[in-house]
Every structure is written in C-alpha cells, then in structure tokens.
Write a protein that binds this ligand. Structure first.
Ligand SMILES: C[C@@](CO)(OP(=O)(O)O)[C@H](O)COP(=O)(O)OP(=O)(O)OC[C@H]1O[C@@H](n2ccc(N)nc2=O)[C@H](O)[C@@H]1O
Ligand SMILES: Nc1ncnc2c1ncn2[C@@H]1O[C@H](COP(=O)(O)OP(=O)(O)O)[C@@H](O)[C@H]1O
Length: 266
C-alpha cells in the first residue's frame, strides 16, 4: 500500500511559555501544503526500512516510520513489513516532513491491517512520536496550542493564492531553535489575527523563531525580504526554519532565488 505524506507550513508562531516537561507551549496555525514524500509498505519476511531521494540523517531504527512500526506492534498483531520512503520534503526545514511520514504511516497501517483505530486513537499514537505529528492525522488547517498537539479547526483556504516556498542550503534543528527563544505570553491571540484579511497579516502575525534564527543565518532573513520585494502579501519562515514561504496574489518572478536555493510552488 502506498501513501503520500504532505508537508505543512506554520502561519504565525508564538512560543508562550516553558513547560515543566522541558517542552514549550505555543500557538500557531498549521496549514497543509502540496509538497509530498511517497511512503510504501509491503508485507515482508523481516522488518526492513529503505529510502530514496533526499538523504535522511540519523540511523534507520530512529526513522519515525520505524519507530511508528514498533509502537503499533506493542498493541497489535503485525507481520514484518518492508517500509520504503521516497524523501522529497526538505529536512530540517520547519515543514514537519518527518512528522508527516510518521502520521501517514500510522494511517496506512490502520488501513492495511484493519486495526480499527479511530481518529482519536491515531492522534494519541502520533503525539507519542512528535509534538506536531498529530496534526497530520486529520491534516486540515488548524489553530494549534499547548505543545502544538491541541487543535481548533479553522476556516482558511489559500487556494486562490500562489505559495512560493524557498529552502536555502541551511538546516535548523528544532531543539536548537527552541533554545534560542525567550517565551513570551501573547497580547492578541493568533486565533483572532488569522481571521483578519491576509493583507493585515504582515502587520500583526509573527514567528518567534525568526529573531534568533535570522541572527545566526542572515541568508534566511534575506529570503524573506526578497519575497516581500517580489510582491508577497505575507512572508514568513515556517516553524523553526530554515524554509521561508511567500503568499502572492499573482505568479511572482522569483527566478533569482533559484540560483542559491530550492524553490517550490506549492
Ligand atoms: C517547531 C515546530 C512548529 O510547528 O515544528 P518544526 O519547525 O520542527 O517543523 C514544532 O513545535 C516542532 O514539533 P516536532 O518537530 O514534532 O518536535 P519534537 O520532535 O516533539 O521535539 C523536538 C524538540 O523540540 C523542542 N520542543 C518541541 C515542541 C514543543 N512544543 N516544545 C519544545 O520545546 C524540544 O526540545 C524537543 O526535544
Ligand atoms: N521520516 C523522516 N524524515 C525526515 N527526518 C526524519 C524522519 N524520521 C526521523 N527523522 C529525523 O528528524 C529530523 C528532522 O525532522 P523534520 O520533521 O524533517 O524536520 P522539520 O520539523 O524541521 O521539518 C531529521 O534530522 C531526522 O534525523
């Protein structure tokens, strides 16, 4: 069985407080985008994981799909499987690619082996693999809070717009990015600000990771500025970086960004 895990972008991200479990409370909007990996599972005589496409750092046994298999196997009878992941979503990009693979793996296993898991069951499993993993179970635009694993659905349709996603040759680790932020309570909730017209977003909606990440990686700041110069209505780094997206009401000319970065129209 095959499935196509998609990436997300964060529109706004406020890190509001440090938690006693070492994590942070935040508020953000997750929006699914059309940039996908391919994930295939077939029954095999032993558990195997292979990948193609972008190189995935870390050991095979630490891949979130493999971790997902072991997690599900604790509670369900599963045969050994061969998992193949074609990696296309940039890594260390703030696009949640690894989390998407994990969530889509859980959904695929539920369908393939008729595990009878509800959306709530799958969300519970996904939370154990990563804070933003649960979003990809329902995979619809949401306002997210707490660790990024509590959701309120929102009406947000960016399909009339062009979204340009720029990935520089820099990777930012999520843990490192959280380390650089000073948590601050919000005055106006993103849940309200996101309902404003998109033309207002630039004034009011920010990503708290930008300040420290831009300090260490000026090229990322430069990409955001270039997207605004090209006419973006709203531009921001996604999540903990390093990717930056711009939302346009026209097909922008961003050819110049392709010289040093990967550019996706999503
Ligand atoms: C920053 C965000 C924003 O959407 O996404 P990315 O930029 O990574 O895509 C998420 O909060 C990333 O979630 P996720 O990538 O699932 O994080 P995890 O693997 O659970 O945690 C990685 C590390 O990030 C920190 N962490 C993560 C989530 C959170 N609410 N507070 C934290 O402090 C912790 O130090 C943790 O050890
Ligand atoms: N299936 C996977 N795809 C990508 N990275 C994975 C995967 N499984 C585990 N990882 C680990 O997660 C880290 C990055 O996760 P990812 O979600 O792609 O980053 P980001 O949240 O910044 O988009 C990688 O360094 C890698 O070691």
């Amino acid at each position: 069985m095959i499935t196509f895990p998609n990436a997300k972008i964060n529109i706004g991200l406020n890190v509001t407080e440090r938690r006693s479990d070492g994590y942070h409370n935040l508020e953000t909007v997750f929006y699914p985008i059309d940039l996908k990996d391919a994930l295939e599972v077939v029954v095999s005589d032993e558990l195997r994981f292979t990948s193609s496409g972008l190189e995935i750092p870390g050991r095979e046994e630490d891949n979130l799909c493999v971790k997902g298999y072991h997690m599900l196997k604790q509670d369900h009878h599963l045969p050994p499987v061969h998992i193949h992941l074609h990696k296309n979503i940039p890594i260390g990009a703030g696009l949640g690619g690894g989390s998407a693979d994990a969530a889509f793996f859980i959904k695929l296993m539920n369908d393939m082996f008729k595990l009878g898991l509800s959306v709530d069951d799958m969300t519970g499993y996904a939370c154990r693999l990563g804070a933003d993993c649960a979003f990809f179970i329902e995979n619809k635009p949401v306002f997210a809070f707490e660790k990024g694993d509590e959701f309120e659905p929102i009406r947000l349709d960016l399909s009339p717009y062009k979204i340009v996603l720029v990935m520089p040759d820099v990777h930012v680790s999520t843990g490192e990015a959280y380390g650089g932020v000073k948590p601050t309570p919000v005055k106006d909730s993103l849940l309200e600000l996101i309902a404003d017209p998109i033309t207002e977003w630039r004034k009011n909606i920010k990503n708290d990771f930008e300040q420290s990440v831009f300090k260490n990686h000026v090229e990322i700041r430069g990409i955001k500025a270039a997207l605004y110069a090209a006419g973006a209505i709203y531009a921001s780094m996604s999540g903990s970086g390093a990717s930056v997206f711009g939302i346009f009401d026209h097909e922008p000319d961003v050819k110049f960004l392709e010289e040093e970065n990967e550019v996706f129209f999503v």
